[in-house]
Write a protein that binds this ligand. Structure first.
Ligand code: PNS
Length: 161
């Protein structure tokens, strides 16, 4: 039984994240999307809302579940009996940091393999940070995030809630 973890902050989920989750769901029996609680970044969306947005976005993939994690990712992976951590690579610029994390995770637990999947080319320039910046400045985020995520982003920047 091949089980993969797709980790991230998902603040908020973008169509690029969903592209990777969909690719992982086609390759692995089970996929656990792991939302980091203790990210070093200060999130725009509370963890509950990040989970709610991901749950809506992933509802059609029946082998995908959403969970949160704190602490070391490899420990979460091992506790869930997962053999793989799936990370998306958008461009060469992602590689160095991802390589460092993958090697460190292997050192921490050699039984959990990191698997890199390339995002679709149309998402190669997309990140949650850029989407938040566009929304904050009143730009259009259609096609970059699911519609309900765009609605939440607009509300967040309009009202702060
Ligand atoms: O979406 P992000 O913010 O790029 O996700 C980064 C994340 C959460 C995947 C990464 O920070 C992580 O794996 N955090 C868990 C802590 C951990 O295991 N650190 C050691 C990795 S070398």
């Amino acid at each position: 039984m091949a089980k993969a973890i797709v980790p991230g902050s998902f603040d908020p989920v973008t169509n690029g994240h969903l592209d990777i989750i969909e690719r992982a769901a086609a390759l692995f029996e089970t996929v656990v999307v792991a939302v980091a609680r203790n990210s070093t970044k200060t999130p725009l969306f509370e963890i509950e809302e990040r989970i709610a947005l991901l749950t809506e976005a992933c509802k059609t993939w029946h082998n995908v579940t959403i969970e949160t994690f704190e602490g070391l990712l490899v420990e979460f992976a091992q506790a869930h009996g997962a053999n793989a951590i799936v990370k998306g690579l958008r461009a060469v610029s992602d590689f160095e940091y991802e390589f460092q994390m993958a090697q460190m995770n292997r050192r921490l637990n050699a039984e959990v393999e990191t698997v890199f999947l390339m995002t679709g080319a149309e998402y190669s320039y997309l990140s949650s940070s850029i989407v938040k910046e566009i929304a904050r400045l009143g730009g259009a985020v259609e096609g970059l995030v699911p519609d309900y995520v765009g609605t939440r982003l607009r509300a967040k920047f309009a009202t702060g809630k």
